[in-house]
Write a protein that binds this ligand. Structure first.
Ligand SMILES: C[S@@+](CC[C@H](N)C(=O)[O-])C[C@H]1O[C@@H](n2cnc3c(N)ncnc32)[C@H](O)[C@@H]1O
Length: 303
């Protein structure tokens, strides 16, 4: 199968991620990153007439893909509020939660959203088109230290300080409004042979900050633990090492830092059983879907 650029989104690790949910036909499931609905459609296929699927996407573009099925509900909100919005539908506990974080191919392909290094666009990168923080504010308003931290932590860029300093100097003359200006300001850090890679890291860092992706992930994981029934499954794909580290630690310990308490016998009291090992896409999948290349799938079962 060739990658079809007109497809909304080619779902990553489709079978593996949905298998991870261990679907009960009459269970209640949540897909927190609906996008083009690839994973949701597969969940629906495995649900019986009494099963339910709630999906989240904060991007209004995703609404066009809503599935026409009475067992399905699409919630146009940030999944950092998963508990609150499920409550609106009377749902307090669920059998499984799927997450496929980051940006959809559709978002990358719409030039004016500003996610892709391929196009000229204003600095935006908001997944929620009504969000208050865009790439413009990050680039033009953040203090040098904060900017440098964004590049270092989220872009894993060793010259984060230099990048931040160049931006702060340039914006004293005029605001940096679009991708062309940004590239010009950072030109000396973008040698021809590595320019695409470095630019992608810079964009990734700005995007994670704009969408507060790390804070959102932490809040989501904590709420998932509360929402899952005993025996319920968490099946999540991350694309960034920081995200994967948080998911891994949370699954292992039920917390992000430190060590869990020990029980009477000195064993760690942890809320999840890890299911299987870390799953990554095959070389064939990466060949037909480049977006899959950094995907890491982890599956856990609530005790
Ligand atoms: C990688 S795509 C998911 C693709 C989907 N699994 C499919 O098969 O089509 C991620 C989607 O999640 C959405 N998203 C990312 N972070 C979100 C958040 N915090 N709250 C709600 N939606 C979010 C994005 O808008 C995007 O559409």
């Amino acid at each position: 199968m060739e990658h079809n650029e007109y497809e909304y989104h080619n779902p990553v690790l489709l079978k593996e991620t949905v298998d991870g949910l261990n679907i009960k036909p009459d269970g209640v499931y949540v897909d927190v990153t609906f996008g083009g609905g690839g994973h949701s459609k597969e969940i629906m296929r495995r649900l019986g007439p009494n099963g339910k699927l709630f999906a989240f996407d904060q991007d209004t573009d995703a609404l066009a893909n809503a599935l026409d099925d009475e067992r399905f509900t699409l919630i146009n909100e940030n999944f950092r509020f998963i508990k609150r919005f499920l409550r609106v539908y009377g749902i307090k506990q669920v059998d499984g939660i799927l997450g496929d974080f980051g940006v959809s191919s559709h978002q990358f392909d719409v030039a004016e959203r500003g996610f892709s290094t391929r196009f000229e666009a204003d600095l935006d990168m908001r997944m929620n088109q009504n969000g208050n923080l865009s790439a413009y504010e990050v680039i033009n308003d953040y203090e040098e230290n904060a900017l440098s931290k964004v590049f270092f932590s989220y872009g894993e860029l060793s010259n984060a300080r230099g990048l931040a300093a160049a931006i702060v100097t340039a914006r004293k003359t005029e605001p940096i409004k679009n991708s062309e200006q940004l590239k010009k300001v950072l030109a000396k850090f973008l040698p021809a042979h590595k320019s695409n890679k470095i630019l992608a890291q810079i964009y990734q860092a700005i995007r994670i900050e704009v969408n507060q992706e790390i804070d959102v992930l932490r809040e989501f994981l904590e709420q998932s633990l509360e929402l899952l029934k005993p025996g319920g499954r968490l099946s999540v794909i991350s694309y960034h090492s920081l995200e994967d580290r948080l998911v891994k630690r949370f699954i292992k310990n039920g917390m992000f830092e430190g060590e869990p308490e020990r029980d009477f016998y000195g064993r760690f009291e942890v809320p999840f059983d890890t299911i299987g090992k870390l799953i990554v896409p095959s070389a064939e999948e990466i060949k037909i879907n480049n977006r899959a290349r950094s995907a890491k799938l982890r599956i856990a079962e609530k005790k």
